[in-house]
Design a protein around this ligand. Sequence first.
Ligand SMILES: *[C@@H]1O[C@H](CO)[C@@H](O)[C@H](O)[C@H]1NC(C)=O
Ligand SMILES: *[C@@H]1O[C@H](CO)[C@@H](O)[C@H](O)[C@H]1NC(C)=O
Ligand SMILES: *[C@@H]1O[C@H](CO)[C@@H](O)[C@H](O)[C@H]1NC(C)=O
Length: 554
Amino acid sequence: MQAKAHFALFVVILSSLCAQLQAASLIYRPEDTFRVTSEIRENSKPADQYTPDTHLYLFAADGKKQPYSYVNEMGELVGFDVEIITRVCALVGKQCKMIMLPFTECIFTYKDIDYAGRGLWSQWVDGCPSYAVTTDRRTEFDFTLPYLATTASFTVAPGNPSGFNPQLEDYSAFTLVRLTGAPTNGPCLNRLRKTYGKFIVAQNLPEAKALLLNGTADVLFSPRTHIDGLDTLSERVHCDEGGAGILLRKGSNLATWWNPAFQTFYFSGQYAQMCEQASRKYGATVQCLPTPEFASPELLAMMKSEPPTASPDHLWKFVVSGKIEPYSFLDSEGNLVGWTKDFIEEVCSRANKQCHLMLAQVSECTTRDEELLYPGRGLMEGWFDACTGYFETMDRDNSWDFTAPYLISNASFYVKPGNPTNFDPTQDDYSKFVLVHADTAITNDHCLNRLHKKFKKLLDVPTRVEAIEAVLNGTADAWFTKRKGETQLEELAPRFHCENVGTSIMTKKGSQLPQWWDEAFQEFYSTGDFNQFCLEKGLQYNFDFPCVPSPMKV
Ligand SMILES: *[C@@H]1O[C@H](CO)[C@@H](O)[C@H](O)[C@H]1NC(C)=O
Ligand SMILES: *[C@@H]1O[C@H](CO)[C@@H](O)[C@H](O)[C@H]1NC(C)=O
Ligand SMILES: *[C@@H]1O[C@H](CO)[C@@H](O)[C@H](O)[C@H]1NC(C)=O
């Protein structure tokens, strides 16, 4: 057994040595080579000096991106991405392979927000090549150094019938269209300081093309530089930070070895040589990075930067839906900001933990079947450690763990102005009345039972809109909710608690998080610093955060 293992290790080292020799024997054209000066770190070392790594690194390709990764007429997956991954991995003795996966396993867009796909979260693959590095995507992903240039442009119907001019600062007289999931989105226009009005999303290129040709849209904002049958204007802008690289799972260590290997490859001149040949070989222009002589100072600085170091500590990942202002929301430039982010950063820094707040759909935290709640896939599979902003209730205690609450809340009843049916929340018997609640709210039948209220009819409606309507049109007498400030109805004074105290962070059962979090939060709170933090954030966001009462007042 022991001997076999040693032999296997030897084979791994030997094969990586061979890969190294093979890489070194490529035709070397000194005229293409940038002189490696002492200021460029020298990363090459003999392959036997690398820590043996038996992991097979997998990268996703959807097979449709000629010349980067596509299935050729023989059925093979080929292209520049396949080649560069093979070469860069060989330089440092890593085993790497591209596999076929739909791109939505890497990234997908739902209601204007980009989320990381299941394939990356669940470690089906280690990376997804050829994605523009953008501010918005950094919330959800890590990246390697860019290895392709990207650009953004404006495409119009032949002859530019609406007279669109990309140099204008205000685009609001035009209808814009973009492609779903593309980095050429609203936050990018905001970063470019452009004003815009109507901006439609097309699901694919044919749809965008039809919208331009039939006059529904005036201009397509996209990363494409040529689209058959349309005119792409010559103006170029950038939505990316330095180009396109490999999209990685947040907290991935891949860039710690990939980046130095790629830097060596780039400065050796072999990158330029391979990239130039690839355009001929794969029959379409590869958007090569400029050679070091022609690179912008920003790109050169990036290429000379120290590689990220692998952290031995766990990266604690917290998720939010990103749509709850001022708690957690995407600002106009695509950054995830808000009270929750500031709060998590504060507690984590006090606990000396590495934390990151990112986006996930609510269903990855919790799903429901009628009134029963179940934990979501993302939390159970360990895609992330915690979901923020959940009330701890008896129903939820069955399946999740919670931290100590940090925000308080209460529930109340809203009636039609004037309370025409004389609903009295202080009575214990509500059975003569029809109640309504929004179906995901914790103000549900279980809560009424825990409050020892008798009731006969509790209507389930999808959202607050229908709940308000039901009270206004007389279908229901009262709406049971945690919402505040609903001005169309009258709020009755009595307050109720459906949760233990208030809002907490929710984790998988058995998670280590509540233990270190509660310890750090307890100290934050008991010193009065937390309430001071709440006051300051209240001024910053101009919002009265319902923080748990200060310990001084208790
Ligand atoms: C223009 O094309 C789009 C996409 O095919 C279609 O949805 C829309 O109805 C068309 N509008 C007109 C005015 O023809
Ligand atoms: C109920 O919540 C509101 C808003 O968060 C707060 O102003 C009020 O003091 C709370 N009332 C009780 C009785 O807890
Ligand atoms: C009242 O509003 C509710 C909720 O939208 C709806 O389901 C119901 O049909 C409405 N009833 C009447 C009588 O308009």
